[in-house]
Write a protein that binds this ligand. Structure first.
Ligand SMILES: [Zn+2]
Length: 244
């Protein structure tokens, strides 16, 4: 990856993610920002963070994927565990794409609770995240995929969210990570859900309250995807307002 980053051409790790000059350094900054956010929260210097550039949920432990050079969320989870001893972590993902890079790398991890609402993999990249995928082995039941059909809007989202919230309440996490991609809003050029920023506002408000009940308020939000600039502004401002 470092060579491809220097050369600034070709694809990373033989996959679908194009290299650009300095991509390694940029990705390292994104992951580093997440680690700095975690440090501040653990030290008590901050209660919650919102990092707009972050939440690169398609990269795997060893490979870039889906335009995600490094999975900052995975780096964060490993650091929370290994440096700070935080075990029970909730990963909540409302980006329109399934968070496969987090989901599959932790599929058999019984202490990472994943709730992922996305457009169904039948219709959209990365083609995964079906409702029957609930985690493996000892981790069975610690993952919840809630795929929505193309065209689904706020009403369908709110129904899925209520189910996610029941699941998260039972999980009683010590720390909450929120990937709040804006690409599920109506008018995104890459996907076909029709959410409004009210969905993001609701999810952020409810997740903040859940973190306050179980995790001493500790919550980190990441912007994730979004390919319509007005939608990005609306969704991320809604999240920020709910968390500030
Ligand atoms: Zn996305």
């Amino acid at each position: 990856m470092i060579e491809a980053s220097r050369a600034g051409e070709g694809f990373l790790d033989g996959g679908d993610t194009p290299a650009f000059a300095g991509c390694y350094e940029v990705a390292a900054h994104v992951a580093g920002a997440a680690l700095e956010g975690a440090r501040r929260i653990i030290c008590g210097e901050a209660l919650r963070t919102f990092q707009p550039i972050g939440g690169l949920h398609h990269a795997r432990r060893t490979d870039a994927a889906g335009f995600c050079v490094v999975n900052d969320l995975g780096v964060l989870i490993e650091t929370l565990r290994n440096e700070y001893g935080v075990r029970r972590i909730a990963y909540v993902d409302i980006d329109v794409h399934h968070g496969d890079g987090v989901f599959y790398e932790y599929e058999d991890d019984p202490e990472l609770f994943v709730a992922d609402i996305h457009e169904s993999g039948e219709f959209l990249y990365p083609g995964t995240g079906f409702a029957h995928e609930r985690g493996r082995g000892a981790a069975r039941g610690t993952k919840l995929n809630l795929p929505l059909p193309p065209g689904a809007g706020d009403a369908e989202f709110l129904r899925a969210w209520a189910e996610a919230e029941r699941f998260l309440e039972d999980a009683a996490p010590q720390f909450v990570i929120f990937q709040c991609g804006a690409d599920g809003l109506a008018g995104d050029p890459l996907a076909d859900l029709r959410l409004s920023s009210a969905a993001h506002a609701h999810a952020a408000r409810r997740l903040r309250a859940l973190a306050e009940r179980h995790a001493r308020g500790r919550l980190m939000a990441f912007g994730g995807g979004g390919y319509n600039l007005e939608n990005l502004a609306a969704a991320w401002c809604a999240v920020l307002e709910a968390l500030a």
